[in-house]
Design a protein around this ligand. Sequence first.
Ligand code: KG4
Ligand code: ZN
Length: 371
Amino acid sequence: MLCLGIESSCDETALALVRDGVLLGQTLKSQIDVHALFGGVVPELASREHGRLIGPLYDQLLAECGVSAEDIDCIAVTRGPGLLGSLLVGIAFAKSLSLALQKPVLGINHLHAHLLAAGLENDIPFPALGLLVSGGHTHIYHIASPLHFRLLGRSIDDAAGEAIDKFGKMLGLPYPAGKYIDLFSRGGEAVTHLFPRPYLDNDNCDFSFSGLKTAAYNLLEKRPELRFNSGMDAPVLPAGDVGRELSGLCASFQAAVAETLRLKLARALGQLRDKTREEGAPAPRVASLLLAGGVAANSAVRAGIRALAEKNGLPLLAPSAALCTDNAAMVAYAGLVLHQLGLCHDLSFPAVPRGEQVPDDYGRFLRYSES
Ligand code: KG4
Ligand code: ZN
């Protein structure tokens, strides 16, 4: 079975073909250059770019994969969360193709697709405990099956990636700063007391990263010389003491984020296990850990969650870096899995920009639960 995936939720226009669980190819165009001038994604510009790029990327994908439109068995498209105008470009394109080719279409939850992406590289042992960390979301899910995602915790303010990007902005790094923070951390030593591990003094699995951001702001206000002078080009670490201190700051900040993520995921795991014991359930409720989203590419985050998995004797499935950031392979894969379970949408399914549940729609999309 061949599934075409379409992703246009934010600032990447991407299309991919997945056949029987194997990625045939992907065409992807990032709009980072367009938005970098503004220090963040400009929704109107994003929609316009998606509209300009999506047709040519579709033609290019089919040509590169040696596939004709008639070979496509189903079409999967991100329905949300994301920017409304951007989602609508992808959805309109998917519905038009569905109509023209007379092939079923599926609207895919972007966050679920991130977590299921691991299935493109390894079989996922379900039930899984998933941590999704991206620029827009920090969510912990219990995933009983590809259809059943239960939200256990989420960020109540900034997402982890957003906090990292804002910290990078304070240091003069280009947007999005995550990969530079990771890169420049390598030469530095993380100092634990520099930044707090925020929002741990409670018994929930939610996150709050705004305090961490404020701590960084207060620290840097007293030390204005700690800045990368990069303009719009690739930043360079200054020489000497300032460079060493900047490296240490990057390492310390990402260590604070990574440790907070690990501690809350450990808490979610512990709470699920306690519940299992209480209920006397025979089977383990968690058979694997999943780590996904752009921030899952971060070396400290990966190391922390890997250590947690090892400590608990669980396999960790984290997609390779290219599958962690926004892509269409994950959308095609999720679409394929859901379609193989007998599911599809009709042409009236809406965009769901905030990811909220739409009861009528889910009534039609039988057995597909999300929270
Ligand atoms: O999942 P994603 O590509 O887009 C969405 O937000 O949906 O995630 C982008 C986020 C940005 O905040 C970016 O700075 C961050 O992922 N990121 C990283 C790294 N690579 C990307 N953060 C830390 N370390 C990295 N290596
Ligand atoms: Zn994403």
